[in-house]
Design a protein around this ligand. Structure first.
Ligand code: UT7
Length: 332
């Protein structure tokens, strides 16, 4: 049986920084409210014509490939996680394949929202374990700023989300006990509408009407309290599931990299595991919640900052729309 490990990391965020003060000039909100409820100070907004989801994914991927010492011809497969693809179809995997000149390799798009990156990593891990592929490019990339309404009506969501991309190279190796030790994936579709964007959808004869636009039906909706309550339950559960599956305990964890949903959710998880700040990665104050991009951005930054060391036991964990929740345990 083959094993997989991450051998290169990269991220890209758009140049435009949007602060809480900027948002408070466009809607009824304040810097204090946003910081207190979410921990976010600023986020990035994409530039039209420059930073599409596939383009940002490509830029993050180029850095990851260069750091892993990989050329286009070395990549066997692309797994691309996003809830905000450039087109309704085809997905962003094939767009990145063409942009990077990867040849006619398979491309899979994963639509698991905030859980997208860990689901994508798990897909890559399975394909490597079976020997189907040796080197896989995994990307998480999102543009959220243009689906939020920057107005009083959209304020409960618009202040939370941001744009950006992260990527990694996952490679086959034959050293047991190193690399991705296990991944754990869950979902509960009975909460599908508690964080969703339902229009335009295929279930209606007229996918888009003027009425929908006027009603704000083309905006995402979120039952924030419901999301929060489930997140603080399932983050710890799925982290412990990963630790126990590998015969580890809470105290063995060297670094926790949670999906950057909300600083208060991360703080609750940190408290549950009694972890010092040095063992928990949080960069939501700089980028907001970038959905499928948040974990690869946070992992890349942590690695760049020297917080990811050889031999460390690292847990990635996510919760989000679906609901989906997931974890990956890695021996670096
Ligand atoms: O990856 C998963 C992504 N989602 C999440 O992680 C979301 C999880 N949920 C949360 O983080 C929180 O529920 C929120 C941050 C979204 C909201 O915090 P909350 O403490 O649950 O606030 P709330 O929705 O109960 O709203 C409290 C008040 C309301 O006013 P009233 O009714 O008390 O007068 C809202 O209208 O805050 C108001 N409000 C705002 N005020 C200023 C809602 N959004 C804003 C805003 N600025 N942006």
């Amino acid at each position: 049986m083959h094993h997989s490990k991450i051998t290169g990391l990269g991220f890209y965020v758009p140049e435009e920084v949007v602060t809480n003060a900027d948002l408070s000039r466009m809607m009824d909100t304040t810097d204090e409210w946003i910081i207190e409820r979410t921990g976010i100070k600023e986020r990035r907004f994409f530039k039209e014509g420059e930073d599409t989801v596939s383009e940002m994914g490509k830029r993050a991927a180029e850095i990851a490939m260069q750091r892993a010492g990989k050329k286009a011809a070395d990549i066997d497969m692309v797994v691309f996680a996003t809830l905000s693809p450039d087109y309704n179809f085809p997905g962003c995997g094939v767009l990145v394949q063409a942009k990077l000149g990867l040849g006619h390799i398979p491309c899979i798009d994963v639509r698991q929202q905030c859980g997208g990156f860990i689901y994508a990593l798990s897909v890559a891990d399975q394909f490597i374990k079976t020997g189907f592929a040796r080197t896989i490019l995994v990307i998480g990339s999102e543009v959220q700023s243009n689906v939020m309404e920057i107005s009083d009506r959209g304020r409960n969501m618009a202040v939370i989300f941001g744009d950006g991309a992260g990527a990694c190279i996952v490679e086959s190796h034959d050293e047991p006990g190193k690399g991705i030790l296990s991944t754990h994936l869950h979902a509960d579709g009975s909460f599908a509408t508690d964080l969703s964007l339902q229009h335009p959808g295929s279930r209606l004869k007229n996918r888009v009407t003027h009425e929908m636009i006027d009603n704000g039906d083309l905006l995402p909706t979120m039952n924030g309290k419901m999301v929060f309550a489930h997140a603080v339950k399932y983050f710890p559960e799925v982290i412990r599931e990963a630790l126990h599956a590998n015969n580890y305990e809470d105290k063995d964890l060297d670094l926790l990299i949670p999906h950057q949903a909300n600083a208060r959710i991360t703080a609750a998880v940190q408290k549950e595991f009694n972890l010092p700040d040095s063992k928990v990665v949080s960069n939501i104050h700089k980028y907001g919640n970038t959905t499928a991009a948040s974990i690869p951005i946070a992992l890349t930054e942590a690695w760049q900052d020297g917080r990811v060391k050889d031999g460390d036991l690292i847990c990635l964990a996510a919760f989000g729309s679906g609901f989906v929740w997931a974890s990956a345990l890695i021996r670096w």
